[in-house]
Each structure stands twice: as C-alpha cells, then as structure tokens.
Ligand binder design. Structure first.
Ligand code: NAD
Length: 461
C-alpha cells in the first residue's frame, strides 16, 4: 500500500468518525462567535508583523492542503449537502489550489516628479467577516481564505448551516497549513453552529472592518445594509445564446458540459438557452449526442410539479431538488437514464427559464432571430449583471450581446466555467461580486489603498 492510499483510508475514517465525535477539536472553530472574534483579533495582531514572503509560504501550504484533500472535501460536500457531483467538486478544488491569486497581484502605484515620490500601496483591511454558500462550501472558504490572507487580513467565517461540517473542515485545513508555515494560530476562524444570530454578531462587531457575502439575494441585501464596507457576490441566472453562425456540434457539447457541471450548482452555469430557429433542432440534436436527455412538454410539466413549488402565486425552486443528479429527476417521471443533463423546449415565460434553478435541467427557448435572442436573454438575466454566454462567429453579435447584457462574466464559444479560469485564461474565484462591482474577487479586492508621500526626496529624474 502506498502513502496516498494510506492517507485516503485515514481521511475516510476521520470523515466517518466526525458524525460520531463532533467534539474533535478543529483548529479555528469555536463554540461562539464572540470566542471566534476574540481569537481572530489576537491572531491578526501577530500577523501584522509577518512579511509578504511569509504570507506567500502560508498560501503555498493552503494550495498543497487543498490538493491533498480535494477528494475528501468533494465527497464531504456532496454527502453533507446532498448536492452536486464528486468528480466535478474535485475539479473545483483543484482550480482553487492552482488558480487563486496570492500576493503577486499586490502591485504598488508610484508618482514621481519635482516634488518627490508618492507611493500607493494596498494594505490589509483588518478582520474580514465572510458568509459562504452551500453550493461551493469548502471551495469558497479556501479561495476566500487565500485571497484574504494574501492581502494581510484575518478572517472569520459564518458558513452556511447546511454545509457547516465541510466548511469547518476547510477552516481547520487552512489553520493547519498556516501553522505549518510558521503563521499564527486562529488566523481564520469559524463557529460550530452558524445561525442568523452568529451572523448578526459578526456583522455588528466593531472588530470586523469588511464584510464579504457569497450567496443569494437575501444575504447580499443584509450585508449591504450593514453600514460597513461590503462585497456582495449574489445570484445569477445566466442565459446562453446560440446563433446561426455558431459551430453547432461544439456549441451543443460546450453547453451540456457547462450546464451539467456539478449539477448546475455554479452561479455562472448556463441556466437557459436561446437558440435561433434556423439551428434550434440541430442544436438540441447535438445536445442529446453530448450527454443530454430530451424531454417533451408533458414531461417538463411533470418535472415542474416537483422541482418547483408555488409561493404567493409564483413558482420558486424546491430546495430538496437543488443540485440533484439528472437521473433522479428522470427516475421521478419514470425514465431510466444516466444522462448528465435534461433539455426541454420551453416558452420564455416558463418558470424553468425565469428562475435560477441550480438543477441539471436546461430549458431551450426557440427565437426567430438574434434580435429576439438578445432581448429575451437580457430579460431572463434580469438585471443581475452576473454571467452570460454566447456561441457565435459573428463579431458584431458577440459585441452587441456583451454590451446589452452588462454581466460581470461573458464567455464566448466555450463552456461557462471558462469564465472562472477552467479551460480559459485568467485566475479563479468562487466569489463573483456583481452587485458591488469588484467582479472576480482576488487578493486586491480585500485591501485598502494607502498613500505614502515623500516630499522633495527620493525622485531621481
Ligand atoms: P443562500 O443565500 O441560501 O446562503 C448563503 C449564505 O448566506 C449562507 O451562509 C446563509 O446562511 C446566509 N444567509 C442567507 N440569508 C441571510 C441573511 N438575511 N442574513 C445573513 N446571512 C444570510 O445561498 P446558497 O443556497 O447556499 O447558495 C446559492 C446561491 O448563492 C445562488 O443564488 C447562487 O447564485 C449564489 N452564489 C453566488 C456566487 C457568486 O460568486 N456570485 C457564488 C456562489 C453562489
């Protein structure tokens, strides 16, 4: 038996034991938010004396730990939340480990001239309070921790109650990685039982100087009314357009790959497709060749009856079905298939088009031309300015849709996940801040600018 196999067995035993022995002491995880806040303040005071090289050593260790525990975290996330796919969650953790920026993105600005030298640097904010979702629980904790620590901050998390074990396992990993690199204890903290009350204590604490929320509209609204500097990464409902100039077999495969990834949990994933009439049949045909299962309108209504529920006369998602495998939806309507995505032709007004489903169901709306595609896609995105995608070889079309939809992420001719660096250029993040404008957050987002002015000196021009 080699070392990796032994590690895997040990990890799975620990994972199994966790349900039985919640008292196992995790580093950085406290019984109350007050204790977590006290611990992180102590850690931050020590951390202030660490230099960039030491910060980078800690980040490197977090990268290694993320890679080593990717499988455990992926399995744990699926088991605890009942959502998503283990293989895809492993990829997400690899992406976090490999493409989250560290300290290298902290570049100073300088002004030099007759009156000397002025330097603008990006200093830490202090202690950041972060709220994380159930859809990418450990991915967000790890990615946020890396960026926030690289920027010189301490962090306290109030993770999603439905993903607390997975999130706190990640908090423990981060702290162990920091300690191993010679860093302070409890630089990243969390609570055993996060609630709205612990979140409130965190938000109101004078020690917390910045708030970061990754989640749906409720949490972003709560944060933005906190009176503090806040970064809000909210919900999306990303449309994808396919026009008559696209490479249809490739577009079909890219869309199936993007929309089925982690059972459509990612906020950036294609959630509804607008296909111009000329190519709509061909597109759907190639989707079925690429792993999708086509259902008819009767089956679609059957699925609507359990995937969504009526609330105040409006359809909302049935949380029990979020992130479930496509095969389970199909089984519920009497179909046996291991397809990874379900496609259906739907009218624009259908709740599957209008609501952010986060289920492996992709409604395809047939439109007469590109003008109608843009108009409807922009309406379905609903001003969230999150993500939108397109398959086209017409440069004017690409430009026009990008301008009209105004999203933070816009992917052309690739699966949606290219937008966070998977198969596309650029770094990754799991906190995409549309509402507050930071865009794809990274180390820089968690800093505050500081200006240092030296008059009549240090300029050699
Ligand atoms: P959610 O909104 O249910 O929960 C997110 C977090 O906010 C949790 O920790 C929850 O406990 C907390 N929360 C919820 N309402 C709150 C309030 N009023 N005050 C304080 N805390 C509150 O989200 P979820 O179901 O875990 O995740 C899915 C949602 O998050 C989707 O809408 C998805 O699009 C969005 N999301 C966005 C991004 C992004 O980067 N923009 C990333 C991941 C998920």
């Amino acid at each position: 038996m080699n070392e990796a196999e032994v590690r895997k067995i040990v990890e799975s035993v620990i994972l199994h034991m966790e349900g039985e022995s919640p008292e196992r002491k995790q580093k950085g995880v406290f019984a109350t938010m007050e204790e977590a806040l006290e611990a992180v303040q102590k850690a931050y005071r020590q951390f202030c004396s660490y230099n960039l090289e030491q910060r980078e050593k800690m980040i490197d260790n977090i990268r290694k730990a993320t890679l080593e525990h990717a499988q455990t975290l992926a399995e744990m996330g699926v088991k605890e939340t009942g959502m998503g796919r283990v293989t895809d969650k492993i990829i997400k953790h690899q992406l976090v480990a490999e493409k989250t920026p560290g300290t290298e993105v902290l570049q100073p600005e300088a002004y030099s001239g007759d009156r000397g030298l002025t330097l603008v640097e990006q200093g830490p904010y202090g202690i950041i309070g972060a709220i994380t979702p159930s859809t990418n629980p450990s991915e967000t904790v790890l990615c946020n921790s890396m960026g926030m620590i690289a920027a010189g901050n301490g962090v306290v998390f109030n993770p999603h109650p439905g993903a607390v074990k997975t999130s706190n396992y990640a908090v423990d990993l981060v702290n162990r990685a920091i300690l191993e690199a010679g860093g302070p204890e409890n630089l990243v903290c969390s609570v055993e039982k996060p609630t709205m009350q612990t979140s409130d204590v965190m938000m109101k604490s004078p020690a917390v100087k910045m708030l970061v929320a990754t989640g749906g509209p409720g949490v972003v609204r709560a944060l933005l009314s906190s009176g503090k500097k806040a970064i809000g990464a909210g919900a999306g409902n990303p449309p994808v357009i396919v026009d008559e100039t696209a490479d249809i077999p490739k577009a079909a495969k890219d869309i199936v790959d993007g929309a089925s990834f982690d059972n459509n949990l990612p906020c950036i994933a294609e959630k509804e497709c607008f296909a111009v009439a000329d190519i709509a049949d061909e597109l759907v045909h190639y989707m079925t060749q690429s792993g999708a299962y086509l259902i008819d309108s009767r089956q679609m209504e059957q699925m609507l009856s359990f995937a969504m529920v009526q609330k105040d006369g409006k359809y909302v998602i049935n949380k029990k079905w979020v992130g479930k495998d496509a095969s389970l939806f199909l089984k519920e309507i009497g179909v046996s298939s291991d397809a990874k995505l379900i496609v259906c032709e739907a009218p624009f007004e259908h709740p599957f088009v209008q609501e952010e489903l986060m289920m492996p169901i992709l409604p395809v709306v047939r439109v007469k031309d590109f003008d109608e595609a843009v108009e409807k896609a922009v309406a379905a995105e609903n001003g969230r300015r999150h993500s939108a995608h397109i398959h086209s070889k017409n440069v004017d079309h690409l430009t026009r849709f990008a301008r009209e939809v105004e999203t933070t992420i816009f992917v052309k001719n690739a699966p949606s996940y290219a937008g966070i660096g998977a198969g596309g250029e650029g770094y990754t993040t799991f906190t995409i801040a549309g509402p507050t404008g930071e865009g794809l957050t990274c180390t820089r987002s968690f800093t505050r600018q500081r200006r240092c002015v030296m008059v009549d000196g240090f300029s050699i021009i």
